[in-house]
Each structure stands twice: as structure tokens, then as C-alpha cells.
Design a protein around this ligand. Structure first.
Ligand code: NAI
Ligand code: MG
Length: 354
């Protein structure tokens, strides 16, 4: 099995190195091939998603991705910024279904910003559509305002768009995921205001007829943001569009103590996928050896389960992570009084040993 390894920028190389060590420790014969992406791609060949990197990702069975982005590229044209690499990969590989589980490990209850009784036992899954919505919708641009309140003023505009087939395919993925879990699906939109959302709600409701055993509810995104901090355990699976999912999944991440704990999978229609931590390149701590590698290690576990057909190896990794947390090892982002602070490499070592 061929795995494309794209470490990227910032803490990307540090955390991906630990995840690949964990993969090697499983004793399987994976062919790991590395390529530059993001700022690293730009430095190597003048483009954040070099052609050779994209070709490698397309040819591989799965992609293990670190993170991209750095403030030092902020002045580049938008199409040359590191973040374009991940958008490009999602688009070219048609990775439309983003799975972001938010699980609170009992050992980390003290690291959550919410009261233990609100979050203990939290295990929810956010499924975010990844190929459509306002991030890709045309037209978009900058211009002199042709009308409205301030004609002639500088104006920026984006277009929120979803077509029926785009909603149908993500809805099926979400219902199938919910059917395997607590059989509750909450679809999040803003249908009281947006046409896109009205179609979203209509289509998700139509698809629900194929899944009589899954209980479907709908929620406006502003209320969902509230409920996620008020009673997050009331959710099981949440399905939502690209932008709402971006925001809600970061919010859900913090319920679990740290974004450094949260893996993600982005899948195409054939379960081929890209696996990455939910966080970014954390330029503020890059190069210091203190980043939490667990989100990336757990992403590798998701890769084994979803794409590589090795669920038992995925479980070995997840058990190892639990064991290390039970032993009291913590990187700085999840450290609390009475636990042992370790760096990125030591955390990786401990998971490998476990
Ligand atoms: P971020 O997720 O990189 O960092 C947010 C905060 O969380 C920072 O304080 C950081 O130190 C901390 N953090 C993140 N991951 C951590 C880890 N593994 N261990 C310990 N602490 C961790 O988000 P931010 O600061 O908004 O963005 C930084 C850069 O990353 C930007 O250039 C952004 O565009 C990019 N980014 C890239 C993503 C990707 O590659 N898929 C996703 C999100 C942001
Ligand atoms: Mg985000």
C-alpha cells in the first residue's frame, strides 16, 4: 500500500514524523513516499501544490498530511499561498466528505474549558461537506460596488452555492455514519435566511427516507453553536456545509481540551482519502519540539480504518494513545497540574513503545 506523506509547513514536519514512526512500528509493509506541499512546495518549486506532489497524491492509496501556512507568505497572491495546497488537494481528489470526530478522553477532562459534567464522555462526529459552498462558489472577487448602499466603494463578494447532487452525496455519507453509531443525525443550516440552506434542508429530508432507522433533526447554525457549548452530548452526528462545518468543528475541538488531539479524514466517493490533524501549522510553536503529535497519529489510525482496510491496526494505535494518556504524559497544550509534560518526540516515543 502506497501512502503519500505531505508534511507541509510549521509544525507539520514535526508531527508527521511521529505519525510515520508509529506507522512503521506496526510492522506492516507500507510504502511511504514524501513530497513538499504548502510553503515548502512554494520554496521547492514556486507553487504550493507542485505538480509532482499532486501526481503522487493521486497515485497513492491514501495521503497523510501535516499542515500548511505561515504568516511569512501572507503577502503572496492568493493562488500562491500555502493554504491553496489543501484546497487544491480537496478539489482535485474530490474529497467531499470531511469526518471530524470530537472525543473527550476521560484523562483530559480537566483540560476542557467546559465543566466535566457537560463534556465527560463526549463522543460526537461532525461531517463537513468539503468541495462546495462559499469557499469555491463563483462568481467571487473584488470590485467597485455597482449598487447598494455605497455605490463606487471598494467591495468584496463571494457566492454560496450547493447543487442537489452535492447535498445528496454528503447526506448519504452522514446517514450511513449515523446508522453505525447512535442513529441520530442533526443537519445544520441557516435555512431561515439562505436559499442554499433551504435546498440543503429539503434534500437532506428527502434522503432521510432511505434511512428510517436514523432520527433526523435540523438546527440553525447559530443555535448549533450555542448547543455545542450548552449540551454537546445531545449530539451524535452533525452534517453541515463547508463554512458552517469549518467553524463548528473548531469549536467542537476545544470541548475536548485541545485542537492538538483531533484527527480528521477527508474522503472521496470510493473511501480513498486524505488524513490530517484538524489544526493548522501553528507557526507560534513551530520548531520548538512541543507540538502535540496525537491528532496526526490518530489521523493515521483513521487512514488504516477507512482507506487501508486495517481496522485492527487502527485500534492498536488508538489503544496506545489511551495508554500513554493514562500514564499521565502530556504535551504543553493538554498539560494540567499533576501530569508529566513531554515534547513532541517523547510523546511519539511513548506511543511507539505502547
Ligand atoms: P492553528 O491550528 O495552526 O493554531 C491555533 C492554536 O492552536 C495556536 O495557538 C497553536 O499553537 C495551537 N495548536 C495547533 N495545533 C497544535 C498542536 N498540534 N499542538 C499544540 N498546539 C497546537 O490555527 P491558526 O493559528 O489559525 O493558523 C496558523 C496557520 O495554519 C495559518 O497559516 C492557517 O492558514 C493555517 N491552517 C492550515 C490548516 C491546514 O493545513 N489544513 C488548517 C487551519 C489553519
Ligand atoms: Mg478551520
Amino acid at each position: 500500500m502506497k501512502i503519500a506523506v505531505l508534511p507541509g509547513d510549521g509544525i507539520g514536519p514535526e508531527i508527521v514524523a511521529e505519525a510515520t514512526r508509529v506507522l512503521h512500528a506496526l510492522g506492516e509493509s507500507f510504502a511511504l513516499e514524501e513530497a513538499p506541499v504548502g510553503g515548502a512546495g512554494f520554496e521547492a518549486s514556486g507553487h504550493p501544490l507542485p505538480e509532482a506532489t499532486l501526481a503522487l497524491a493521486k497515485a497513492a492509496d491514501a495521503v497523510l498530511f501535516g499542515a500548511v501556512g505561515d504568516w511569512k507568505y501572507d503577502t503572496l497572491a492568493r493562488e500562491l499561498r500555502p493554504e491553496q495546497a489543501i484546497l487544491g488537494l480537496r478539489k482535485h481528489l474530490q474529497l467531499f466528505a470531511n469526518f471530524r470526530p470530537a472525543i473527550l478522553y476521560p484523562e483530559l477532562a480537566a483540560a476542557s474549558s467546559l465543566k466535566p459534567e457537560v463534556v465527560s464522555g463526549l463522543d460526537i462526529l461532525i461531517i463537513r461537506e468539503l468541495n462546495g459552498d462559499i469557499y469555491f462558489g463563483q462568481p467571487r472577487g473584488r470590485r467597485e460596488s455597482p449598487d447598494g448602499l455605497f455605490p463606487g466603494a471598494r467591495e468584496g463578494f463571494d457566492t454560496m452555492r450547493y447543487s442537489e447532487p452535492e447535498i445528496v452525496r454528503i447526506a448519504h455519507v452522514a446517514f450511513q455514519a449515523a446508522a453505525k453509531r447512535g442513529r441520530k443525525l442533526c443537519s445544520v443550516d441557516k435555512s431561515n435566511v439562505l436559499e442554499t440552506s433551504q435546498l440543503w434542508r429539503e434534500v437532506v429530508t428527502e434522503v432521510s427516507r432511505d434511512y428510517a432507522d436514523v432520527e433526523l433533526s435540523h438546527m440553525y447554525v447559530d443555535n448549533a453553536a450555542m448547543q455545542l457549548v450548552r449540551a454537546p452530548k445531545a449530539f451524535d452526528v452533525i452534517v453541515t456545509g463547508n463554512m458552517f462545518g469549518d467553524i463548528l468543528s473548531d469549536q467542537a475541538a476545544m470541548l475536548t481540551g485541545s485542537i492538538g488531539m483531533l484527527p480528521s479524514a477527508s474522503l472521496d466517493a470510493h473511501n480513498k482519502g486524505l488524513y490530517e490533524p484538524s489544526h493548522g501549522s501553528a507557526p507560534d510553536i513551530a520548531g520548538k519540539g512541543i507540538a502535540n503529535p496525537l491528532a496526526t497519529i490518530l489521523s493515521a489510525a483513521m487512514m488504516l480504518r477507512f482507506t487501508l482496510g486495517k481496522p485492527e491496526q487502527a485500534e492498536r494505535i488508538e489503544h496506545a494513545v489511551k495508554k500513554v494518556l493514562t500514564r499521565g504524559l502530556r504535551t504543553a497544550d493538554i498539560w494540567t497540574e499533576g501530569t508529566q509534560r513531554v515534547g513532541t518526540r517523547e510523546m511519539g516515543d511513548a506511543v511507539v513503545a505502547a
